[in-house]
Ligand binder design. Structure first.
Ligand code: ADP
Ligand code: MG
Length: 245
């Protein structure tokens, strides 16, 4: 589904991603862990063209977003990234729109669905994330956990083949983390292809098929949760895990 090869990204003189390479298969759940500033968000944002990379290749569902540093056309980029949904740490809901409005905005503008079809889909997805009764509420009236579940439902509206999560529970009060992780776990069980940047090591261990450990702009180590958590090969991985677990 995703092939990333020798991805390089710098901000000015700061090399944030240095030859990052990895692949994601269909229905795989990849957890990305690593210290703050290691380049996790930049990597994820590059996949949906929220950051432009300086070198390397990104291939999504057999189409090159970037090949050897050269980007596809705007039209191709749009087509490729429309197959991906992203969920952010701070939800990024539109405050002036209701929950339903947040879900329906993109599908109404980009897709040729009727209003009735869009409404059916938004109701179905709100039910799926346990918020069927909140469709007319504004985001300000929701808890953080509810907001993030709305954001997940919104990301699902366009039927993405891949979902990316950037620390989806890091802004939540501890007692609200579980309700969001449960929705994500359900998506994983339904074979959604997912990359999840997370500090929730329990979730990574239980739900991820593979774990990538990033440090200082590099993928230092990748493996199954058992390999990474129980038998890390790299000193940097061991040091990080000793600090967080
Ligand atoms: P992580 O998500 O692992 O915490 P980031 O990808 O957010 O790491 O950031 C990696 C590095 O890139 C950090 O040193 C950060 O300060 C820097 N960085 C991120 N975005 C920008 C930007 N827009 N301009 C300059 N530096 C940035
Ligand atoms: Mg980040």
């Amino acid at each position: 589904m995703i092939q990333v090869a020798n991805l390089k990204k710098s901000f000015g003189s700061l090399d944030v991603l240095k030859n990052v390479s990895f692949e994601v298969d269909k229905s795989e759940v990849i957890a990305v862990i690593g210290p703050s500033g290691s380049g996790k968000s930049t990597m994820l944002r590059s996949l949906v063209n929220l950051e432009q990379i300086n070198g390397g290749s990104i291939r999504i569902q057999d189409q090159y977003l970037v090949k050897d540093g050269g980007y596809a056309s705007q039209q191709q980029i749009k087509a490729i990234t429309s197959g991906m949904g992203m969920v952010f740490q701070h939800f990024n809901l539109f405050p002036h729109l209701t929950v339903q409005g947040n879900l329906e905005l993109a599908p109404r503008t980009v897709q040729k669905l009727t209003a009735g079809e869009v409404r059916r889909r938004s109701q179905e997805l709100l039910g799926k994330v346990g918020l069927a009764d909140k469709s007319d509420a504004y985001p300000a009236r929701l808890s953080g956990g509810q907001k993030q579940r709305v954001a997940i439902a919104r990301a699902l509206m366009l039927n993405p083949a891949i979902l990316l999560f950037d620390e989806p529970t890091s802004a939540l009060d501890p007692e609200l983390v579980g309700e969001v992780l449960r929705v994500m776990k359900q998506l994983a069980e339904e074979q959604m292809t997912m990359i999840v940047v997370t500090h929730e090591m329990g979730f990574a261990r239980e739900v991820a098929d593979r774990v990538l450990f990033m440090d200082n702009g590099e993928v230092v180590e990748a493996g199954t949760p058992e390999q990474i958590f129980d038998n890390p090969q790299q000193e940097r991985t061991r040091t990080f895990l000793n600090r967080v677990v």
